[in-house]
Design a protein around this ligand. Structure first.
Ligand SMILES: [Zn+2]
Length: 128
């Protein structure tokens, strides 16, 4: 967020809403990259591959989005997250938007993902 403001100051048109919108897009892209590069997600993808790209719980195609937002296995964890942040995550983009705007949400989502990740890894190992 600090970086976003710095970039805005460096632009001559930094005060316009168009410029703000553009910088927000850049921030999102940076976050997305950061997100994809985290060790956890990399590990997660590896787990996904080792189980033939299908979710071990429901058989649907296993993606980060499926696990985080869709899979029934994590319904309890997800509703706990929802009550903590007071909002429902509708898509990964929506989630990143909220995380960028509120550092409190970033922490809660991160905790949720770590929780789901470690359980999933353990349960995947037990099955194999
Ligand atoms: Zn599933």
């Amino acid at each position: 967020m600090v970086e976003e403001r710095t970039r805005l100051h460096q632009r001559r048109d930094g005060g316009t809403s168009e410029a703000k919108k553009e910088e927000r897009e850049t921030t999102l892209q940076l976050w997305q990259r950061k997100w994809e590069n985290t060790q956890e997600v990399a590990q997660w993808k590896k787990i996904g591959k080792s189980i033939d790209d299908n979710c071990i719980y429901c058989g649907k195609r296993d993606t980060v989005e499926h696990t985080v937002l869709d899979c029934k296995r994590w319904q309890a964890e997800r509703s706990q997250l929802k009550s903590q942040v007071g909002k429902e995550m509708q898509s990964v983009t929506n989630m990143i938007n909220l995380m960028v705007e509120h550092s409190g949400i970033w922490k809660e989502v991160h905790r949720y993902i770590r929780d789901v990740m470690s359980k999933k890894e353990k349960e995947t190992r037990q099955r194999n």
